[in-house]
Design a protein around this ligand. Structure first.
Ligand SMILES: [Mg+2]
Length: 236
């Protein structure tokens, strides 16, 4: 069996609109009424997020003093993952087509995300993506679990998935951040980074994923091609 474990935010969901709206909201909450600040455009903001600029530094860049920048960063943490804000997320262009393509193949599709389970179920339902991920194929964070850090929690969730899922001859992981690469490499899994998410090429390359491609669609093509090549090699 050939298995694809995909991250949710980045390969499938575009969270940039949510992040930008929360940025604008926090900016307005923190700025003094008379204070002149610099408001980034969405593309400027998203470019900074993709280059992994810290929230506090984004605050400073917009003209906040040290204490304001800290408050800005704290507020942002509080609001960015709040349930009502998730309505601003939408599927990445081509993601549905990629999932449909997977459906036509023998790939065993699993989603593994640092979202809490209810934060995964709601958008799956809203965007009619449920059918691609039966409950046994979903790995998310229990609604009552205290999240520590993405880069530590992701490998833990990966361990759980690998222990529970039926064995597969080959496993691939697709994700958009360094956390995905680290999690996959911890378990000797081949990993493809996509650029449709919250990191740019320069941020991902040092972690040396097996491939860096633009979208989940492209990642699926790489996996199918590679598995075909492998079969040919075995048969010959
Ligand atoms: Mg992600």
């Amino acid at each position: 069996m050939l298995r694809l474990i995909t991250d949710f935010d980045g390969p499938i969901m575009d969270v940039s609109e949510r992040y930008y709206r929360v940025y604008l909201f926090c900016l307005n909450r923190v700025k003094r009424p008379d204070q002149e600040i610099r408001v980034l455009s969405k593309s400027e903001f998203w470019q900074l997020k993709r280059s992994r600029m810290l929230e506090k530094d984004i605050g400073r860049l917009c003209g906040f003093e040290e204490q304001q920048a800290q408050e800005f960063s704290r507020l942002r943490r509080q609001y960015v993952h709040s349930l009502p804000n998730l309505v601003h997320d939408h599927p990445v262009e081509g993601a549905r087509e990629a999932l449909e393509r997977i459906e036509q193949t023998n790939l065993d599709l699993v989603v593994l995300t640092m979202r809490r389970c209810r934060e995964l179920e709601i958008p799956l339902k809203r965007h009619n993506l449920e059918k691609f991920f039966p409950p046994s194929q979903r790995y998310c964070i229990a609604d009552d679990y205290q999240i520590t850090r993405d880069i530590q929690d992701k490998p833990k969730l990966m361990a759980k998935a690998l222990a529970e899922l039926p064995p597969a001859a080959e496993v691939w992981m697709v994700g958009d951040t360094e956390a995905d690469i680290v999690a996959a490499k911890n378990y000797g899994i081949k990993v493809i980074s996509v650029l449709s998410g919250i990191r740019d090429h320069a941020r991902l390359a040092p972690y040396r994923p097996h491939y860096i491609v633009n979208t989940l669609q492209e990642a699926v093509e790489v996996i199918l091609e590679q598995s075909l090549l492998e079969q040919l090699t075995i048969n010959n």
